[in-house]
Structures are given as structure tokens and as C-alpha cells.
Design a protein around this ligand. Structure first.
Ligand code: SAM
Length: 367
């Protein structure tokens, strides 16, 4: 297949073995070309196209890319710009609705099947009667649950033969079906709401629970950040115990930020959908608290938390603290000691460790 575009990962990863597309993306494009769909079907849309392979590949058909991450939208736009097709593609958040009915969808299957369900709900609301949905995935990631969820929304669910260890599901004949987009549960007397596909569905992550059991702000800590905030549980806990602080929540996921808005409603709280801290001034925050990401779908990429730690050190005031909960096996200490003079441990157990970093080293560039 002649693809003809150059696609790069954004943000770049320290792990050079990670690729910007897979055989499942290529197989989807092959299906698209074979199907040779008619424009009368309606708009072409992509879902879960992490770096832009599908969207840029379809640029001659003016696709809409529905994105769940801020960095994903940025990556698609960067790749469209680099390939001179920016004017042909539009990037929207999955929380936005399409202004034209969608006729054809190319989707990468997300690891979270809750997110798959949320996408199918979105397609259900935004598509024409005859919409055709093609979903690509690597065979090793197949689960029969994918077929069950697809069958809730479509009468015909057809699975392709395998090609380079990938497959494509083709969904046709839309049913009239919608499901709940959010779930709610209780934790320590607090009600937590979240959209499907947000980290740690139905319970609070055990590392976060461990962190909350040992989390205390110090006198004078007035400007506090929940970094990689997910459903906002850390910020919600801080708000419940320290009602006067100024709170900033930062997360790359549109659905996470929307969920945290349901959970932390008070004033003096600021929500930032972003994958970096470049918009925060240096030396301004008193305390940054995080259960940082290191899993991205099926990838593990340690360069993401390391970059966030570096940016956090720059945003902290001279006396500021960075508090991190992590799995013991990740061993962030060596990296943190390049950024801070004091790296202490608030508490640890067999699985988790809570670091407290203070006394930053300044403008070093350790990574
Ligand atoms: C381990 S979860 C923690 C969520 C929440 N704080 C909790 O404890 O339940 C990590 C979060 O990081 C977010 N994330 C991933 N990459 C990010 C980045 N570059 N910047 C900010 N958030 C990011 C993910 O969307 C996810 O919500």
C-alpha cells in the first residue's frame, strides 16, 4: 500500500523503539482503500488516532479527528502541518458533537473497552443511518468483550482475516441504543463521578489511596497542583481538608478534566487540559502532588513522568515541594536527585513509595 505521508510521534519519547503507528493502522487504511466509499455517505471521522496516521492519511477526504487527549490533538495538527494538509483536517475533542452527520469511521481500538463504548455512543449520536465503522486492533489484544460491546450498537459485526497480526472489525446497520457515559462510586464518604475511559474505573487506585492516607499540606502552602489529576480525587481530598488553598488540576485527557469538574466544584479551582506545564510561570507553586502516568495504552514510557517532574521542579517556588506516589519498582529516586537537593520518603510499603522532593537545583537539564 502506498501511504505517502511522514508521521512522527509527539511528544517525542526517550524510548526510540516506540512507533507512531502499527500494522492495525495500516490494515485500516487498506480496508478504506478497498471499500472506496462514496462521499454521499457523509463525513469521514477518525477515533483514537493517537498520532495522526489515519487522519493525515485520509486528508484528501477532509476528515474530522475526535480526540481524547490534548497531546493527541496537538500531534495530529503537527503531522498535518508537516505534511502540508492542515487545512484539510479538523480536530475536535470527544466531548464535542459533529455539525455534519458522520458516514464513515476509522477507529483504533482503545485498550479501555469503556472508552470504546463511549466512542460508539458518540458515533451513535453523530452519524447518519448508514454509517460504517471500521475498528483496527492487534490480534493479541483481542477480547470477546469487543464483539459484545459492538453488537449493542450495530446489527452486523464482521471480523476480518488477520494481516501482520492485526484485524479489522466492520460494523454496519446501526441500532437504536445508547448507554450511560458516566459512572459514580463512593470513596471515604466522597462521591466520585467519572466518564467512561478515565483512569481507575469504579474505585480509587491503590497507590492514590496510600498517598491520601499520608497527605498533609504544610503551613504557607497556598497554591497547590494536582498533576495528572484523573477524576480529581487528590484535589477533592485537598479541598475537603484545606478549603482555602488555590487548586490547579492538570491532565492530558479531556474526559479526565471533564470528570474532575464534576467532582471539585468549588471556586478558587482551575482546570487545565494539557500534557505539559509550559503555561505555568516558574517559581509560583507551593506544592505539586502527583500519581504520575507511565502506562499509555499498551506502552510503558518512563520519559513522560520524568519530563513532568522536570517541569514541576521549574514551576515550584524555592521552598516548594513535589510529592509523588509511585510503584516501588519504578525507582524514580536517581532521576529526582538530579532535580532536587533533598529527596525524602514520606512513607513506603511493599508496593508503593511516597517521595517528598524539595530544595530544587535550578535550571539543570538532567534528561
Ligand atoms: C496514574 S493516573 C492518576 C489519576 C488520578 N490522580 C488518580 O490518582 O486517580 C495518571 C493520569 O495522568 C494523565 N496523563 C497522562 N499523560 C499526561 C501528561 N503528559 N500530562 C498530564 N496528565 C497526563 C492520564 O490521563 C491519567 O489521568
Amino acid at each position: 500500500m502506498e501511504y505517502g505521508f511522514d508521521i512522527q510521534r509527539y511528544p517525542e519519547s526517550g524510548n526510540k523503539s516506540l512507533r507512531p503507528w502499527s500494522a492495525a493502522d495500516e490494515y485500516l487504511m487498506m480496508h478504506w482503500m478497498e471499500a472506496n466509499p462514496k462521499h454521499s455517505l457523509g463525513k469521514v471521522a477518525t477515533y483514537h488516532d493517537r498520532f495522526g496516521y489515519l487522519t493525515v492519511g485520509l486528508s484528501a477526504h477532509s476528515p474530522k479527528a475526535f480526540t481524547f487527549l490534548h497531546s493527541q490533538g496537538e500531534s495530529i495538527m503537527r503531522n498535518a502541518t508537516a505534511n502540508h494538509v492542515l487545512g484539510n483536517v479538523s480536530v475536535m475533542s470527544i466531548l464535542e458533537e459533529s455539525n455534519h452527520p458522520i458516514g464513515y469511521v476509522l477507529m483504533r481500538m482503545p485498550k479501555s473497552l469503556d472508552l470504546f463504548e463511549l466512542y460508539l455512543n458518540h458515533i451513535q449520536r453523530n452519524s447518519g443511518e448508514d454509517v460504517i465503522v471500521m475498528v483496527g486492533f492487534m490480534t493479541k489484544h483481542f477480547s470477546s468483550q469487543m464483539l459484545k460491546i459492538a453488537a449493542l450498537f450495530f446489527e452486523e459485526v464482521e471480523q476480518s482475516r488477520a494481516w501482520k497480526k492485526s484485524r479489522v472489525l466492520t460494523l454496519r446497520k446501526k441500532k437504536i441504543y445508547t448507554s450511560e457515559l458516566r459512572t459514580a462510586f463512593e470513596f471515604g464518604g466522597l462521591e466520585i463521578n467519572q466518564y467512561l475511559g478515565v483512569f481507575s474505573a469504579g474505585h480509587i487506585d491503590y497507590a492514590t489511596q496510600f498517598l491520601l492516607g499520608h497527605l498533609h499540606l504544610q503551613k504557607g502552602e497556598k497554591k497547590v497542583m494536582d498533576l495528572a489529576s484523573g477524576n480529581g480525587i487528590i484535589a477533592k481530598y485537598i479541598r475537603a481538608h484545606y478549603p482555602d488553598v488555590e487548586l490547579h488540576l492538570v491532565d492530558d485527557s479531556h474526559l479526565a478534566i471533564a470528570s474532575s469538574k464534576l467532582n471539585v466544584r468549588d471556586g478558587n479551582t482551575y482546570f487545565h487540559c494539557s500534557h505539559h506545564l509550559g503555561n505555568f510561570e516558574s517559581d509560583t507553586l507551593d506544592c505539586i502532588i502527583t500519581n504520575p502516568p507511565f502506562h499509555f495504552e499498551y506502552e510503558i514510557d518512563i520519559s513522560v513522568p520524568l519530563r513532568l517532574f522536570k517541569e514541576a521542579s521549574q514551576c515550584l517556588s524555592q521552598e516548594g515541594r513535589l510529592i509523588i506516589v509511585a510503584n516501588q519498582h519504578l525507582n524514580y529516586r536517581t532521576h529526582l536527585e538530579r532535580l532536587f537537593h533533598d529527596v525524602g520518603v514520606i512513607q513506603s510499603n511493599k508496593k508503593f513509595i511516597i517521595y517528598e522532593c524539595r530544595n530544587k537545583k535550578g535550571e539543570l537539564n538532567p534528561f
